[in-house]
Design a protein around this ligand. Structure first.
Ligand code: TYD
Length: 215
């Protein structure tokens, strides 16, 4: 028996973390065991990698950055995500392989196929049943981060143009694999987005053996 694996993607400021947390709370309320996790930083080792990759003062070569995200991912999948899925749990994850393809491929202009291949090696090819994209115009996303008066990390400090390439990369992936992606308009209210998400995830759960209905 395997659990349900759902990942969340989008620009910084798209609201994915809020939606993930609300979905996790709802799924727990209806009786599922949920692991809510994130990349980078879903494990202790991952926290160390997260600190380097987001807070190092100075440049990191694009290929080194891609390898750091992949190293975080390899450890996270092997020690936390696969075991939870094998126990039949629901795993909700903030960012995954598609973040590397969008940010290091689209953003840093590395070869997207090579970046994906690196992460597929790192994870032994594990893919989620569903990837939710909270799609948002980069200028709006930047405005939200500014309004929250957040101190930018290395990647958030990149220009709007960098984020435009990321958004385009996400939309291209979603178009290429509509069976895995659910694209939501992140300008909708948080309640509307949550309702759409619940409906979609409830459909997935009831169509599966083992995790369908209340667990
Ligand atoms: P995130 O945890 O979503 O940011 P925050 O703590 O601000 O909510 O992601 C951290 C940053 O790392 C984000 O800017 C996207 C970037 N990132 C990559 O560039 N590649 C990756 O593979 C991943 C997982 C994240």
């Amino acid at each position: 028996m395997t659990g349900l694996y759902v990942t969340f993607e989008g620009l910084d400021g798209s609201g994915k973390t809020t939606q993930l947390e609300r979905l996790a709370a709802w799924l727990r309320d209806v009786g599922h065991t949920v692991v809510a996790t994130r990349e980078p930083g879903g494990t202790e080792v991952g926290q160390l990698v997260r600190d380097i990759v987001l807070h190092h003062r100075g440049d990191i070569a694009p290929r080194a950055e891609a390898l750091l995200f992949a190293a975080d991912r390899a450890h996270h999948i092997a020690t936390k995500v696969r075991p939870a899925l094998e126990r039949g749990e629901v795993v909700l994850q903030d960012r995954y392989i598609d973040s590397s393809v969008a940010f290091q491929g689209g953003g840093r202009v590395l070869d997207p196929g090579e970046v994906r291949g690196l992460s597929e090696w790192a994870t032994e090819g594990l893919y989620p049943e569903l990837t939710v994209l909270l799609d948002l115009d980069p200028a709006v996303a930047r405005g939200r981060i500014d309004a929250a008066q957040k101190v930018f990390d290395r990647i958030e400090a990149e220009a709007v143009e960098f984020n435009q390439r990321i958004r385009a990369a996400y939309l291209a992936m979603a178009e290429a694999h509509p069976e895995r992606w659910l694209v939501l308009d992140a300008t909708r209210t948080p309640d509307e987005l949550q309702a759409q998400l619940r409906e979609h995830v409830a459909g997935l759960l009831t169509s599966r053996d083992g995790v369908g209905g209340a667990a």
